[in-house]
Design a binder for this molecule. Sequence first.
Ligand code: N01
Length: 559
Amino acid sequence: MNETSTDTSGARSDVIDVLVVGAGITGIYQLYRAREAGFSVQLVEAGDGVGGTWYWNRYPGARFDSESYTYGYLFSPELFDEWEWQEHFAEQPETERYLNHVVDRFDLRRHIRFGTSVNAATFDEAPGIWTVATDDGSEVRARYLVAATGVLSVPYFPDVPGREDFLGESYHTGLWPATPVDFAGKRVAVIGTGSSGVQIVPVVADQVASLTVYQRTANWCTPLNNRPITPEEQAELRAGFEAMREILNTSIAGFLHRPHDRGTFDDSQEARQEFYEHMWASPGFSKLTSHYTDLLTDPAANAEWCEFIAAKVRSIVEDPETAEKLIPQDHRFGEKRPPFVTDYYETFNRPNVSLVDLHETPILRVTDHGIETADGVQDFDIIVWATGFDFGTGALARMGIRGRGGVALADHWADGPCTFLGVQTTGFPNFFFPGGPHAAAGNNPRYNGDQVDFVTDTLVYLREHGYDTIEVGADAEERWTRMVDEGAATAVFGEISYYFGTNIPGKPKRYLLNSGGRPKLFKEIARVRNTDYRAFRLTRSRSASAASPPLRAGAAAEP
Ligand code: N01
């Protein structure tokens, strides 16, 4: 429903119910759910197409490392039935096609404004409305603002002297151009060996004249083990949809992988080697989710698995010196988010591919024509920056969001994010950020979908009970944030991972995932429902109170 309100200048303007920012997997679902619930909704998206992460990260080799059918939407059996994923781990073009299909199938495109970035968003307390300014000079007024801006949406370029002076082509994996980049016969540098770097390296290696990989930290890479989905598997997926949905909607990490039931040293050495071979041949994240139960808690168990991977690297990479450089020395498996690869180590056996260890020869500067390290200058035609993202809070802190009293979200979170359920923060009424900080700790769409469902159910609750302003109370926020921070000490990923923000100079070191995991999120959501939203302050603004139904006895909630 649209309503008309009076702004501070006295002019009347239309107010929509919900403005969603971001047409990634979370924003599309939020648009769908809010429209399905009968709200008037618009979505603004900075890109010229849908996909979010899967729109911007279109570098060669970009693909899922969660199984395609576990990553896609589960809300519609018909949608699941009619979309046949081609591979167990779909490549970016297929994912982008899928998301376009979803948007068209559910007639969502006409509610999306592409090529539009949010510059500022201000909460006007008297009417309880967000005024959102976009870079095309227009304004949208909405009762509820939902930022589905993602956790990996602000690419990070390291502050290397001369970076902007390079006269060749320069790309960040997270800002890849829509027009394909021609690598043929070019001298190419890839800087960074996280999940993005290790995906692009094997895919362009056979096209280029030379490929030089600049590695600061080696990663524990293991095979993705991707393959096409056979017709028999397609039929099984369809027949088993309801059972699969049940597992994905309730499992801790949002994967189908079954947890193992044995500790490492319950098995003989021979059985362990057999198990490690089985893991090496298993798909994607199962190396974390289906491994020995003590992989992440027993250093000796972790070290033995790492030694198994190191032996694999030594057996694959022909040059012993390169092999040793590719083996991590400074962290255990799982302490950083492990990349899953296809032919990554094999690529270093090609005569046109070389590895530069930045611990031995750090980058000094980028020159007009290449990169200078302590070892001298090497000229390039293309530099690929696979140097990561300002994770979790990057986009939210840059949108010019101001809550009650004009307080900027960037200032509110100057020491790191504080949230309740990873969806709201105090001082910012009617503002939600599903899929943001403190959200996921596993297969992202499953967690983010839980949050979108909660946000939508909350909006319905407010409508049904005659409220139009919601703001989480300080106690609830403090409790959730303390849970996240305290759990961080024993979280899977350690402080050297970007999940603590430590890859961004000057960023406060705070855990940015949900360390309580999905069970904690479910438990808290149930508690919110059972206590009639007592964790939140629910009010009626002046402009809407005349039209609102009376307050239900006993429903007024204190923080
Ligand atoms: O970024 P990263 P990413 N000089 O931060 C290096 C998701 N994803 O884009 O480790 C030289 O992991 C940095 O080195 P170091 C996934 O969640 C998913 O690769 O800091 N190097 C590191 O090697 C993933 O975790 C898929 O020492 C510098 C690299 O840049 C997340 O996105 C595919 C440097 C950054 O690695 C981010 O991955 C791709 C410097 N000054 C991505 N600064 C799927 O498969 C940084 N680096 C679904």
